[in-house]
Design a protein around this ligand. Sequence first.
Ligand SMILES: Cc1cc2nc3c(=O)[nH]c(=O)nc-3n(C[C@H](O)[C@H](O)[C@H](O)COP(=O)(O)OP(=O)(O)OC[C@H]3O[C@@H](n4cnc5c(N)ncnc54)[C@H](O)[C@@H]3O)c2cc1C
Length: 503
Amino acid sequence: MQDNKIQKVVVVGGGTAGWMSAALLCRIAGKGLDIELVESEQIGTVGVGEATIPQIRYLCDALRIPEAEFLSEVNGTYKLGIEFVNWARIGDRFIHTFGDVGRRLGVLDFHQVWLRAKELGIGDDLGEYSFNAVAAYANKFAHVEKLGDTGILGLGYAFHFDATLVAKLLRKLSEANGVKRTEGKICDVNLHPESGFIESVTLESGTEITGDIFIDCSGFRSLLLGEALGVKYVDWSHWLPADSAIAVQCESVEPLTPYTRSTAHTAGWQWRIPLQNRIGNGHVYSSPYMGDDEARDILMSSLDAKAVTEPRQLRFKTGKREKFWYKNCIGLGLASGFMEPLESTSIHLVQAGIGRLIDLFPTKDFTQVDVDEYNKRTDFEFESIRDFLILHYKATERDDSDFWNYCRTMAIPDSLQYKIDLWSAHGRFYRNEDELFTTPSWIQVFIGQRIVPNDCHGMAKVLTKADATDYLERIHGYLTKAVDEMPTHREFVSKHCPMKEDG
Ligand SMILES: Cc1cc2nc3c(=O)[nH]c(=O)nc-3n(C[C@H](O)[C@H](O)[C@H](O)COP(=O)(O)OP(=O)(O)OC[C@H]3O[C@@H](n4cnc5c(N)ncnc54)[C@H](O)[C@@H]3O)c2cc1C
């Protein structure tokens, strides 16, 4: 057999994507792979990206960092879900949580019991039967795997963290495991004259860095995949029309809420991400519908406390690269696409991309079928997340601005329309294999955004008012009792993972 082993990986970029790639690859490949990361302090990183989804916990497992240690290094807090305010109508609020809702009743999913209850004119908001939502609104947190023998699952959670401290920690771990870091600005990408594969990158200093495989984590510019290899960008801004953001940090306030908040405004929405020492805020908006000054004023006038940084402007185009892996280059992070931060999915996509790359790790032959499989799976993941994000914009009744009128009436992908139709008939949802968001996620957003099915499951019809009342009250009782006994989020964090550094 030929010696066609990949010897050297070059990672271009030292943001979250670059250092996460380097840290995971060196942890998994051990000393068998030379890894060099090039970054430019002069260019810097995007510096946002502080809310995550539960898959982030696999990062701690893969890097063998205990969760508490990770959180104290990055000023981290716990996230039970995202509260959506003013999305379907002004005044609405609900939490898309990371936990299950209620408990199945025989063949019936919980939401079918709830829909039947609503038909009978009883029952509270769906969130009253979600362990995560009840804990979130009480500002409580603890590690709970299941609720005794009630059949109710425990709390699903993710993290909020300081993106700069995460990159710093990942860099420390990577360098300790042998990753070489090179500071410098890349000015040339050198391609093989016949194959078009990347042979090396040249820095402004004249240094040339060669490699067998190149991971493009260069941010929105997509220096290798987009610029050097000419892989086009697929524009999704007709479905996801936000194209700008202004980010600012402010001082902390109490209580320390264990969830992200997303508040809809007239041409977009505002995030609120509580860390141990500060709150991250940002206004995401669509520039054809709102000017930068107005967007900044809305953000600055709705902070919980005094700003501690200057507001920072960011621009983006929602979409993805036509291919994520082309020749010997894999794009990860913003270099591969960006679907906007509404459901905090970008860091997960980096992690998932590295996982797929490790699964399909090539030899120097770069077998096309493996590359195609990588692209097919990544496309599927991007498109299913895209549909979930579009749902939030489409499922609105708001008619108070041109932006919301556009979103409410826009054409949507057939794949999403089918999901909405199936749900709208009898409250049915089927998660496709490998789809990121689970059935409870979709259901919480459907109901939270007022897409209520026309009817419930045929078998739920046997439930009487007394049956449904008893069932719902029992579940709510288990949840409130459990939450009463839990510590506050602040108490939990202070005891188990107090921050090390005021970043
Ligand atoms: C407004 C906004 C909010 C977001 N919120 C979230 C969130 O809540 N959750 C989430 O999961 N994600 C979020 N994201 C996405 C998240 O920020 C990114 O996925 C993540 O930070 C990874 O960025 P990156 O490493 O790809 O790019 P960057 O951070 O931009 O890093 C690019 C790197 O490439 C280097 N580089 C570029 N050009 C050169 C060159 N010529 N030579 C040498 N080096 C070069 C830079 O120096 C830098 O180190 C958000 C993004 C935006 C825009």
